[in-house]
Design a protein around this ligand. Structure first.
Ligand code: SF4
Ligand code: SF4
Length: 330
C-alpha cells in the first residue's frame, strides 16, 4: 500500500500543484501579456515532458523520484521573526545546529543512493549563509548528477560572496536564489541588504526568485491539539494540498521543516507531555546510513506524522496575513 500512497500523494500531488501553477499563471497573463502567457504555458509543457517519464518509471519500475527536499545548513539565523514558519526562534541554544561539510555530504549521499532523481533541492537555514561551508555545500549539490535544480534561500541580511556567485554562474541552468523580501517591514531596513543582493544576482545573470508583494500568514503558538487519529489523517491530507517539502535537519529526513523543529524531543517532553514515540520510518528517516527504497515507501506512505498533532498550518494559511519578518519583542 505504501508504494501507491507515495505515488499518489507525493508525486502526483506535486505534479498537479506545479502544473496548475503554470496554467493559472498562463491564464492570468493571457489578457495582459501574451508573451508571458506563452512562457508560462511553455513551462507547463516542459514540466509535463519531464515528469511524465518519471511517473511511468515509478509505476512500471518502482523507481524513486522525489519532487523536492530542503536542508537546514544551520538553525542559526540573523533574524528572530515572530511568525517564522519553521519556528526557528523557538529553538533553544543547546539544540542549535551548524552542519559540517562532511556531515552534509554523508547525508546527501545516503539520501540519494537509491533515488533516481531529486527535482529540487533547497539550501535553507535559519540563514544558510551563516554556515562558512555554504559555498562548498552549494557546489557539491550542483555537481550531484541526481539533483536537477538547487535553490539557495536567503533572508537578505548577509552579502552573497563572490565565491558563491561564481558557483551559481558556473551552474546557471541548474541554480537559483530565493531572496526573501522583507522590505515591507520598515523597522528592518537598517539590517537589510536586499537591494544590493538582488542587483548583484541580476547583473551576474543568476535566476532570482523574489516576491515583490510578499505577505506572511500569522503563525499560531506551538501547541498539542490532541486530535484523534482520523482528524490527524484529514489534517495531513489538507496540508498536502497546500504545499509539501520534506526537510533534512539534524541528520534526519522529516516530513516538513516544522516536523524537524518539533522533533526536538525535549521540546515535546518538556512542554507537551506525554511525548509521542518518534520511531524511525514513522517520523523520520535516519540519514547516517544509506536509505533503502522500502524506507522511502514506508515513510512517505504515512497517513500523518506525530508532528501534525502539534501543527496549525492549515488554519494559518487560511487565516490572517501579516507584514513579513516582524521581530520578536526580546
Ligand atoms: S529569517 Fe525569520 S523566517 Fe527566516 S528562518 Fe530566520 S527567523 Fe525564520
Ligand atoms: S507538521 Fe504541519 S506542516 Fe508538517 S506535514 Fe504535518 S500538518 Fe503539514
Amino acid at each position: 500500500m505504501s508504494y501507491n500512497v507515495y505515488f499518489k500523494r507525493i508525486f502526483l500531488r506535486q505534479t498537479y500543484i506545479k502544473l496548475t501553477y503554470a496554467m493559472k499563471g498562463g491564464k492570468q497573463a493571457i489578457h495582459k501579456n501574451k508573451l508571458l502567457a506563452v512562457v508560462y504555458l511553455w513551462r507547463g509543457l516542459l514540466l509535463l515532458g519531464k515528469w511524465l517519464p518519471a511517473a511511468i518509471n515509478i509505476l512500471l519500475k518502482r523507481k524513486i523520484y522525489i519532487p523536492n527536499i530542503g536542508i537546514s545548513l544551520t538553525t542559526r539565523c540573523t533574524l528572530k521573526c515572530q511568525h517564522c514558519d519553521h519556528y526557528i526562534p523557538t529553538i533553544e541554544e543547546q539544540y542549535h545546529e551548524m552542519l559540517s561539510f562532511d556531515s552534509f555530504k554523508i547525508q546527501l549521499d545516503n539520501l540519494l543512493v537509491n533515488v533516481e532523481k531529486l527535482f529540487e533541492f533547497r539550501l535553507l537555514g535559519g540563514e544558510p549563509l551563516l554556515n562558512k561551508d555554504a559555498a562548498r555545500m552549494l557546489l557539491y549539490s550542483l555537481e550531484h548528477p541526481k539533483i536537477e535544480r538547487v535553490e539557495l534561500v536567503t533572508n537578505g541580511t548577509l552579502d552573497i560572496s563572490d565565491e558563491i556567485v561564481n558557483i551559481l554562474k558556473q551552474f546557471s541552468k541548474k541554480s537559483s536564489v530565493y531572496v526573501s523580501n522583507y522590505m515591507a517591514n520598515k523597522a528592518l531596513m537598517p539590517l537589510l541588504k536586499t537591494d544590493n543582493i538582488v542587483e548583484k544576482l541580476v547583473v551576474n545573470g543568476i535566476t532570482l526568485n523574489f516576491h515583490k508583494d510578499l505577505l506572511w500568514s500569522k503563525t499560531e503558538q506551538i501547541q498539542r491539539h490532541y486530535r484523534s487519529e482520523a482528524m490527524n489523517k484529514c489534517y495531513f491530507m489538507e496540508c498536502l494540498k497546500l504545499t509539501h517539502c520534506m526537510h533534512i535537519r539534524g541528520g534526519k529526513l522529516f516530513a516538513c521543516p516544522r516536523a524537524a523543529t518539533f522533533s526536538l524531543r525535549d521540546l515535546y517532553q518538556r512542554f507537551f507531555p506525554p511525548a509521542p514515540e518518534l520511531n524511525e520510518n514513522k517520523e523520520y528517516i535516519d540519514l547516517a546510513k544509506p536509505v533503502e527504497k522500502w524506507q522511502f515507501f514506508e515513510f512517505l506512505g504515512n497517513d500523518f506524522f506525530n508532528a501534525c498533532d502539534y501543527c496549525s498550518n492549515v488554519s494559518e494559511v487560511k487565516g490572517e496575513q501579516v507584514t513579513p519578518a516582524l521581530q520578536c519583542k526580546q
